[in-house]
Design a protein around this ligand. Structure first.
Ligand SMILES: NC(=O)c1ccc[n+]([C@@H]2O[C@H](COP(=O)([O-])OP(=O)(O)OC[C@H]3O[C@@H](n4cnc5c(N)ncnc54)[C@H](OP(=O)(O)O)[C@@H]3O)[C@@H](O)[C@H]2O)c1
Length: 277
């Protein structure tokens, strides 16, 4: 079967499957602004010029910085923007789960303002919070959708059981979990997404520029395509399942162009077998 170029989020919001992750546009440690904000704007604009129309961010990136940069650089109609809430940054930069309904309701207003939009295209619950019943957090996302502040609801960092529980409460459009060629622990979650026709957004899709553990086989396939290891890792994600929406992140136009070019690579059946299908 030919690899589809697009995916319909929530059955209606069509995006090109290779997206962009905007976390790395922030300053060091994903805290504060980058040294060169004009460069961050340029990366976002170049992504859209290259046909990327799905951009992932979160309130906690910066905090606020990644969303602000997107709001400044792009018009809401340039791309589907997926943001998240549910993680709080503390003074040492740790990411603390915070799924309290009042907090989420506060955060959506901040995100709408920074993204300069009236409704969030895809609003994802960043990570289940052990101190808040999962259903309470998910119901808040459902209410925000009912209120018209959010078009589609997604989850992140969840198990199949949590996905099933959430699907009883709200239409789950996407799941975003850590997954890449070298780390396939959440294959069961990807499989469930495929069964439900839910988009699966693999975060860390190129292992932050290091797919080293499985580098040898990637390099041997890359040589056939005059491509880089990262590009083969991305092409594999796109061909491995029709519901994946990889969001490689970068702060460099050069890496962006390299990553986006991966969507034109067609791996043969034999290469997919060598890569572990
Ligand atoms: N839901 C969650 O819990 C969660 C957690 C983490 C991330 N995310 C999302 O997932 C997105 C991607 O994750 P990620 O940024 O952690 O991992 P990633 O996309 O696998 O890797 C990004 C890193 O790789 C480098 N890179 C990018 N392209 C490259 C290339 N062609 N060659 C060599 N190095 C390259 C980048 O550095 P340069 O800037 O130097 O290019 C950057 O440091 C994030 O932007 C964010 O939106 C979600």
């Amino acid at each position: 079967m030919a690899t589809p170029d697009t995916f319909d989020i929530g059955g209606e919001l069509t995006v090109n499957r290779l997206g962009f992750g905007a976390m790395r546009l922030c300053g060091e440690g994903i805290i504060g602004p980058p040294d060169d904000e004009a460069n961050a704007h340029e990366v976002l604009q170049r992504a859209v010029d290259l046909g990327v129309d799905f951009i992932d961010t979160a309130d906690s990136y910066g905090p606020g910085v990644s969303e602000r940069l997107i709001g400044e650089a792009l018009d809401p109609e340039d791309a589907v923007v997926a943001t998240k809430a549910g993680l709080l940054r503390n003074r040492s930069g740790e990411w603390l789960p915070h799924g309290d309904p009042d907090y989420i309701r506060n955060q959506v207003l901040c995100s709408l303002d920074r993204l300069r939009t009236d409704s969030i295209d895809l609003y994802q619950f960043h990570r289940p919070d052990p101190d808040t019943p999962f259903a309470d957090s998910v119901n808040t996302f459902a209410e925000l959708q009912d209120d018209g502040l959010v078009d589609h609801v997604g989850l992140s960092n969840v198990s199949v059981e949590q996905l099933d529980e959430a699907r009883e409460l709200v239409d789950v459009a996407t799941v975003q979990n850590r997954y890449n060629f070298a780390h396939r622990d959440d294959e069961d979650v990807l499989q469930a997404c495929e069964d439900y026709d839910v988009g699966f957004i693999p975060w860390y899709p190129i292992g932050a520029g290091d797919l080293g553990e499985k580098g040898e086989v990637l390099d041997s396939v890359a040589a056939n395509h005059d491509a880089s290891r990262m590009q083969i890792g991305l092409a594999w994600l796109l061909q491995h399942s029709p519901v994946t929406l990889p969001i490689p992140g970068t702060s460099s136009v050069e890496h962006l162009e390299e990553n986006v070019a991966a969507r034109d690579i067609e791996l043969t059946d034999e290469e997919m077998r060598r890569l572990g299908a």
